[in-house]
Every structure is written in C-alpha cells, then in structure tokens.
Design a protein around this ligand. Sequence first.
Ligand SMILES: Cc1cc2nc3c(=O)[nH]c(=O)nc-3n(C[C@H](O)[C@H](O)[C@H](O)COP(=O)(O)O)c2cc1C
Length: 294
Amino acid sequence: MTDNRNILRIDASARKAGSSSRAMTDALVERLAPDNIVIRDLAVALPFVTENWVGANFTDEVERSDAQKAELAVSDTLVAELFAADILVIGTPIYNFGIPAALKAWIDMVARARKTFHYTANGPEGLLTGKKAYILVASGGTAIGSEIDFATGYLRHVLGFIGITDVTFIAADQQMVKGEAAVETANEIASEHVEILTKDAFSVMTKIKNAGAIFIGEYSSEPLGDYFAGPNHVLPTNGTAKFFSPLSVDAFYKRTSIISYSREALASAAEDIAEFAEAEGLTAHAKSIRVRFE
Ligand SMILES: Cc1cc2nc3c(=O)[nH]c(=O)nc-3n(C[C@H](O)[C@H](O)[C@H](O)COP(=O)(O)O)c2cc1C
C-alpha cells in the first residue's frame, strides 16, 4: 500500500437515514483523513450487465463501435475510479444472506477481463495491486463468518480476484440479536447509569426497565446528567434500580392511606380478610371483621 490516501468510498445500503453501514463508513473515512475522496453511492442504481455489454466487452478495444464504447462507458468510469484509489472503503448491509444487488452490479461493472484481471499461464491474475480495502458490514441477524454469511467470503474472493488482497472487515453484525441481549443484561444489572449509543436510541430506551438514569446518544454522556442537565444525581446504586427510583420530591411527600368500605362491600370480602388474619395468627383481626356480621 502507498502512503497516498486517495479513497474510493462505496455505499451499498439502500437506506440513507439510519443506515449503520453508512455511519461506520462515515466514521472510518473521517479517521483515514483522505487527501482525496470519490464517493460512489450505489443507492443510485448502476446498470446491469446486458447482452450488448458482454458483446462490447469481448470486442477488442480498438475495434469497438461508438455504440459499444457507450455501452461500456459507466463500467470504464468505475474501473478508472478503482485504479485511482489507494484505499477502497465499502459499506454494505447483508441482504438475504449475501451482498445487496446494488453492490453486485458494481462488482459486475469492475471485474473486467484484460482491465482488472487477466489470465496467465498460472491462472487468473488481478491487476489492481497495491491497494488496501476496508469492508464495513452491517447485519440484523446473520453472524459474519458464519455458514449463512454468503457476503464476506464472496467479497474477499472477488476483490482478491481483481488483485485487492489486503482486505479488512469491520462488522456491526447481528444488531437485532445483540441489541436484545444488551437490553436484557442492562435490565439484569439495573445500574445507576445506562448510556445508549445506538441508532434508534429512543426506541431502545423504552425497553430499559431498570436504570437510575438513561443517557441517550453520543452527546449525552454521564457527567451531563450528574452536573448540568437537571435531574437529581442521587441515584439507586448496586442494582437497587430494580425497585427504587432516583431521589425526587416524591421521596419527601408524607402520605396517608384512606380506606372506606360499605357494609355490603365488607360483607363480600369479610371471609377472605379473616382468613388472611388467621393465617398470620392474628385472631383478633379476624374477629374484628366477623363480629360486624354476627
Ligand atoms: C432487503 C433486506 C434483506 C435483509 N436480509 C438480511 C439477512 O439476510 N441477514 C441479516 O442479518 N440481516 C438482513 N437484513 C437486515 C440488514 O442487514 C440490517 O438492517 C443492516 O443494518 C442494514 O444496513 P444499513 O443499516 O446500512 O441499512 C436485511 C435488510 C433488508 C432491508
């Protein structure tokens, strides 16, 4: 890999809002501090391979008609973008256990015999050497590297086929499964502070039943609640959030319970009450109910 940081960024998620793979790609690109970046957003669909495209691709470059050159124009641009890049950053979801069709369309456009790979006496050889690729993968339930993950093995293979062998995968996989497990653990620990740094943090929040204080999103870290935002900082510790709330004005209210039954209402409950009292051995309590109906 060179020290140059010309980045080609590919986004394959159909979603713009709330996309984990795009969020990961944003974060990585920022960290890589590119000298130059080209962004290929595959939410804007690429053409698929057609009969004319195949015919044009198999025709020798010098013999191609203008129509055939036009047929290959998008593919030529995508291949040029790839050659110009030192670092390839692909953000992709798993769709139906594999890569999205949009990303497959991009691969079909850049895997070009005699341009990005060729055949030698020793077999096929990739021509896009000296590059580094990062692949950021998001999934709901499919574990990356599991036997039902048909995305990452394929991407590693096909990138290697065109010469890109230095590939790093970064996964935010099984988000639904891991998210539910995290909520369960948080409820079990019942901690003083819970910070939620996920997409849809407010909907995750509704599932946290046991916590002293919940901090939502990357700009609501714990000291904000301790010192500034306003809620009382005296919080239930050591798992007591299972049955206590943060200190509030409620803790200083003095309450009295008021009980008033009619004769009929007490008559209908009398035997139950007396039985409770007897079970506790408080026979006078039992008698004080029964005596009213003798
Ligand atoms: C059409 C479609 C198919 C999906 N198929 C799978 C799948 O097979 N396995 C899986 O774990 N998640 C699947 N998901 C969930 C996505 O991988 C998950 O929501 C991911 O975060 C989407 O990426 P994004 O957040 O960048 O849009 C699917 C989502 C969609 C929309």
